[in-house]
Write a protein that binds this ligand. Structure first.
Ligand SMILES: [Zn+2]
Length: 240
């Protein structure tokens, strides 16, 4: 019997080793590979009108595609799901914000689910998954109360999800790498170290679009946070 009761739940908080003031250097790559720091993305779960939607799959040590690392990833996710009374087979939909290994690696764990991404990200999808992903358009709903928002910049086809329900005080954005984490946002920095980085102006516009649309941000590599100081007074209280 599932013990999952929230509409939106963070299964795993992604980490990030590169501070917003840092320039990329081999040291960071080394840290990421050797320590696994700054690895997998945030993994979230949306419970919406009978659908169980996983957002990003959060693959740690993204450059290590060995069977051992894959097994570690799978067992970690299964353990996390079990804590909320679920098994991988219970998940009905998966949304991938963009095709970087730390966000989509291990998606095959949810082989029975429907897989979605932004239609413009389909061209970035690895060949062996091409037939599996369904493309969504900007503002299209993936579940009853969750719609996709195109948030390009980090990659051309990057997209986020916005969960919002009538009667609920909070609108929650699941942002992938459009917003890395709160320190990056406060530093006015956007992640641009990826080879397929698309456009800085677009990335900044996407950040603004998300801040305007949401009360709560669930970023790709850090803790969730409110978009304005009074957002938590709207009905949910401010219990930590
Ligand atoms: Zn990324």
């Amino acid at each position: 019997m599932p013990v999952f009761t929230s509409d939106v739940q963070i299964l795993k908080t992604g980490s990030c080793v590169v501070e917003p003031y840092a320039v990329p250097s081999p040291m960071f790559i080394g840290l990421k590979r050797q320590l696994g720091i700054g690895g997998g993305s945030t993994v979230s779960l949306v419970h919406d009108a009978g659908e169980l939607l996983v957002v990003d799959t959060g693959f740690d040590w993204e450059s290590d595609l060995s069977p051992e690392n894959r097994e570690k990833h799978v067992s970690g996710l299964c353990r996390t799901l079990k804590q909320v009374g679920l098994e991988p087979g219970d998940i009905t939909r998966v949304f991938i914000t963009h095709f970087h290994q730390d966000h989509y690696g291990g998606v095959e764990l949810f082989s029975q689910a429907r897989w979605y991404c932004h239609r413009q990200a389909l061209s970035d999808c690895p060949d062996h998954y091409k037939d599996r992903f369904l493309g969504l358009d900007d503002d299209e709903f993936i579940t009853s109360h969750t719609r996709m928002m195109a948030t390009p910049g980090h990659t051309r086809g990057h997209a986020s999800l916005l969960w919002s329900r009538e009667g609920s005080a909070l609108r929650i954005a699941l942002c992938g790498d459009a917003i890395v984490n709160l320190p990056w946002l406060m530093s006015n920095a956007v992640w641009r170290h990826n080879a397929d980085f698309w456009d800085e102006n677009a990335a900044r516009a996407s950040v603004q679009r998300l801040l305007d649309a949401a009360d709560v941000i669930i970023p790709g590599h850090g803790e969730a946070f409110f978009t304005r100081p009074d957002a938590d007074a709207a009905g949910y209280g401010n219990t930590p």
